[in-house]
Design a protein around this ligand. Sequence first.
Ligand SMILES: CC(C)(COP(=O)(O)OP(=O)(O)OC[C@H]1O[C@@H](n2cnc3c(N)ncnc32)[C@H](O)[C@@H]1OP(=O)(O)O)[C@@H](O)C(=O)NCCC(=O)NCCS
Length: 333
Amino acid sequence: MTFGACIAGLGMDVPVRIVTNKDLEAVVDTTDDWIVTRTGIHERRIVADGQSTGDLAVKACEDALRSAGITIADIEMIVLSTCTGDTNMLPATATFVQTALGASHIPAFDISAACSGFVYGLDIAHQFIATGRCRRILVVGAEAMSRVVDWTDRASCVLFGDGAGAAVLERCPPGQGILSTKIASNGAGACLLQIPAGGSREPLTAETVGTDRQFLHMDGKAVYSFAVEIMGEAAMAALDAAGISPSEIDLLVPHQANIRIIKSAADRMGIPLEKVFINVDRYGNTSAASIPIALTEAVRTGRLKEGDLVVTVGFGAGLTWGANVMRWGQVNP
Ligand SMILES: CC(C)(COP(=O)(O)OP(=O)(O)OC[C@H]1O[C@@H](n2cnc3c(N)ncnc32)[C@H](O)[C@@H]1OP(=O)(O)O)[C@@H](O)C(=O)NCCC(=O)NCCS
């Protein structure tokens, strides 16, 4: 049996603390002008002491449940994407979120696809709904990137921010909701964006902690070149699979990494900037959280309405990438 799946509710949470580019001028050798010109970022949110990825995820999920008009009792699975989980490796952050939401005895697990994680998560959840195994699934993207960036590396620390977004994916008639998805990865680029130490290959030791190897390392230029190509390519592949041309799209919701990457992707697809949702200026790159946060704000500001054709597209460490094409249903703000 094949069912369709559509987003029935959306939610988000970002930390209250705003860190501006000016604030960062006191942390590393940078300027507001450099950051704005090269990235489009003006400010980002940073978690408070003691606040974790899971804490943000719980609030985003509660918001999404409210927006869908349901309770946690209606949810049959939690799929959480993060690269900054509450603990290192185990257990899954999704299990903390499950307990905090008051659920038990449903599968709750993390997936690791970095900034493409929400697109991957939607696809995984879609398969469970399509086969009839589940009726409603929480798909979450949540990150505390500020915990893993190297605050002495000006080339990377200015780019990222913290936050969480969540969607209730729900069974619907085929042909509505998600029309197509493409996900892919290429491990040949794994070293371009990674946290080298802290895993089983290079466990944390007193020596490692004295180096920067437990923090995020990135070859910014290489990731940039990959991103500008793959964003357009992934979105076009998903559109082709749905038999839809870019001119029919009402809204493009790209991963919010860098305004120049977003503009270049839109340009390659021939999509005018008015049809592109952008909030990288206020949140920076929140990795797996960026697309669900953008979708939530798009609905809440009236940019995304019932019947619209929306494309989400992401890329990230792995290297990973993916895109969804959706016919938007009614979602309560
Ligand atoms: C990181 C990024 C913004 C750098 O922009 P860029 O235009 O490529 O800048 P460059 O790397 O050429 O650096 C230019 C100069 O600025 C300097 N610079 C780097 N970060 C800086 C900062 N925060 N402030 C001031 N100067 C900085 C560099 O040291 C370099 O100086 P040099 O020419 O004296 O060596 C860009 O490469 C990028 O966005 N990459 C993709 C990153 C990304 O999206 N990662 C997440 C993937 S999900």
